[in-house]
Unconditional design. Structure first.
Length: 152
């Protein structure tokens, strides 16, 4: 009987570890002043599409009106993808799961300047908050920041 309980507990732990969060939804950035950032995410494993809409906040006293929309599409497969721009700029990116966190790693070589950007997406246990922690490493040093989004 004890072996059955141990096997069931082990199976439950393995199942929980194997579950990946679903980031699908509309996410509004928390704590941003002057602008409003909304990310609309479509997540159907292994594909991830992010449409970012950034605008000046209503009633903002900003001197310049901001309106920016960007779409990024990713394949979560852990495979390195390389690109070279017309100007010679090279980039390598990898997107993979590390446990229940999604990790986007990008290395950019622009002339003699190399930048490493690592972004980790973590969904709260209740699924209502998405944290995107970023670490940028370049010739100027290491910079870390985090954006927090609330599911709408």
């Amino acid at each position: 009987m004890h072996r059955g309980i141990i096997a069931l507990a082990l199976l439950s732990a393995v199942s929980a570890f194997g579950q990946k969060p679903d980031f699908t939804g509309t996410w509004k950035q928390i704590g941003r002043s002057g602008t409003v950032r909304i990310d609309k995410i479509e997540h159907k494993e292994p594909y991830l599409k992010v449409v970012t809409d950034t605008r000046s906040a209503p009633g903002s006293t900003a001197r310049l009106f901001v309106a920016f929309m960007e779409t990024n599409e990713y394949t979560i497969d852990g495979e390195e993808k390389a690109t070279t721009g017309a100007n010679g700029r090279q980039a390598w990116s990898t997107i993979e799961w590390q446990g229940s966190d999604l990790v986007l790693l990008k290395i950019v070589k622009d002339g003699y300047r190399v930048t490493v950007n690592r972004e980790t997406w973590t969904l709260s246990d209740d699924g209502k908050t998405l944290t995107r922690a970023t670490r940028v490493i370049n010739m100027d040093g290491v910079t870390e920041s985090a954006l927090t989004f609330e599911r709408q």
